[in-house]
Design a protein around this ligand. Structure first.
Ligand code: FES
Length: 104
């Protein structure tokens, strides 16, 4: 079963979420109070940038809108993604992510 682990910036306990059917990372965040900030939710602002620490291959490929925003911050997949755009494939594995901090 796919699992998403959201690590917190403040070193509090990570949030573990089982996602048997995969799905949008944003929906998983909303449903589980995961520590990822959002603003526009439409690949415009970059507020929801996340480090993908493990399991990048379990995320669907980024589309042009997401790549354009990441390019503004001089980053790219697989190291970083936008949580408002990233979607997880169904299937076994673990994706471990952490929001990009204000000072990064
Ligand atoms: S919330 Fe603005 S780019 Fe994701």
């Amino acid at each position: 079963m796919p699992t998403v682990i959201f690590e917190a910036l403040d070193n509090s306990d990570p949030v573990h979420i089982d996602a048997p059917d995969g799905g949008a990372i944003a929906d998983l965040c909303d449903e589980n109070d995961a520590p990822v900030p959002f603003s526009c939710r439409s690949a415009n602002c970059g507020t929801c940038r996340i480090h993908v620490l493990e399991g990048a291959e379990l995320l669907l490929d980024a589309e042009d809108e997401e790549l354009d925003v990441l390019d503004v911050f001089a980053v790219a997949p697989p190291a970083q993604r936008l949580a408002c755009q990233a979607k997880m494939r169904a299937g076994a594995g673990t994706v471990r992510i952490r929001a990009v901090g204000d000072d990064e």
